[in-house]
Write a protein that binds this ligand. Structure first.
Ligand code: ZN
Ligand code: ZN
Length: 321
């Protein structure tokens, strides 16, 4: 159900349940309801309820009238005797529906976001939408500009988040910011990379990493990035609520000094290049600071129920990295 439709339903249920909520908001009536819950189909007489609740007879009669009135209790006449029992009718179902919508159960309100992966050769950008707002995560290379624009143009992109300052993630930042009329956000420690992806030294481990490093270096040397000034600086612990997205920024330094991740709704984790998924999912093959990169990888692993979305490669369930 759409979020607004859910709210409308809750409002209607709440209005309908008002009488019942008021009725069971009283401790004395709760004790009567509890007694009635423990009896069978036949129901109880006022005298029996009086005995079980230790209330006075007039008090029981008074409260039973309120419970009858809101529809939670029903009465059956047998001759001159009245038998009271709980009535699980429509009103009760409305109340139940209200409770389950307000809770965190499967029928509860969930501020759901939607993830669209925009594949750009060997790199990925992501659009995360929630209740009519959207953010774009990374902007890939020049060759994919139109594809990213097409994927975003009908969405209300309110922020472009750059996971870090390497050219393969920021080459379209300036152009898309202008065309989508959205501010650009990144960590300030990577600002220096906008004009030169090699401004922070990069090392590599594993044979695959060294190969990637050689190719990356070659690309970085010829990659040109249209200059831009970030509008927003993000750091660990920031949230994107003001842009309409329930997401948190997680600092993930190591690959670069200013690498950040975006954790949306606690379950979709966009980690940029803090982890790699080239031939296999792994810790970042390239890094400026290996110890920091490893600390960040461990940190990612602590969000155990999240799906990991990489700057390069297919998503995988989170694990210990
Ligand atoms: Zn990178
Ligand atoms: Zn990259």
């Amino acid at each position: 159900m759409e979020f607004l439709a859910q709210i409308e339903k809750i409002k209607a249920d709440f209005t309908q349940s008002r009488k019942m909520l008021l009725a069971i908001g009283d401790a004395t009536r709760q004790s009567i309801v509890t007694v009635l819950m423990g009896t069978g189909y036949g129901g109880l007489r006022v005298g029996e309820i009086t005995a079980k609740t230790h209330l006075s007879r007039p008090a029981v009669s008074h409260h039973l009238k309120i419970l009858l009135d809101c529809g939670l209790v029903t009465v059956k006449k047998q001759g001159t005797k009245n038998f009271y029992s709980l009535h699980i009718g429509e009103e009760f179902e409305t109340l139940q529906s209200l409770i389950s919508q307000g809770g965190n159960g499967s029928g509860g309100i969930q501020k759901m976001h939607r993830v669209t992966k925009i594949p750009c050769g060997n790199a990925n950008c992501y659009c995360v939408e929630e209740n009519g707002s959207a953010i774009l995560i990374d902007t890939s290379r020049t060759a994919y500009r139109e594809r990213i624009y097409d994927a975003c143009k009908d969405k209300n992109v309110r922020l472009i988040v750059l996971t870090h300052g390497h050219a393969d993630h920021i080459q379209n930042a300036a152009a898309l910011a202008q065309r989508l009329n959205a501010p650009i956000a990144m960590h300030k420690a990577d600002k220096m990379l906008i004009s030169d992806s090699l401004a922070q030294p990069v090392s590599a481990h594993t044979l695959l990493g060294k190969l990637v490093l050689a190719l990356t270096m070659k690309n970085f040397e010829r990659d040109e990035v249209e200059p831009f000034a970030p509008d927003v600086f993000l750091e660990d612990g920031d949230t994107l609520e003001e842009y309409g997205i329930n997401a948190k920024i997680i600092g993930l330094p190591g690959h670069t000094k200013g690498s950040i991740g975006v954790l949306a709704g606690g379950k979709d984790f966009f980690v940029g290049d803090a982890l790699f998924h080239l031939l296999y999912p792994a810790k970042s093959l390239l890094y400026g600071d290996k110890a920091e990169m490893e600390r960040s990888a461990k940190k990612i692993g602590t969000h155990s129920s999240a799906v990991i979305h990489f700057g390069h490669g297919k998503p995988v369930p989170n694990r210990n990295w």
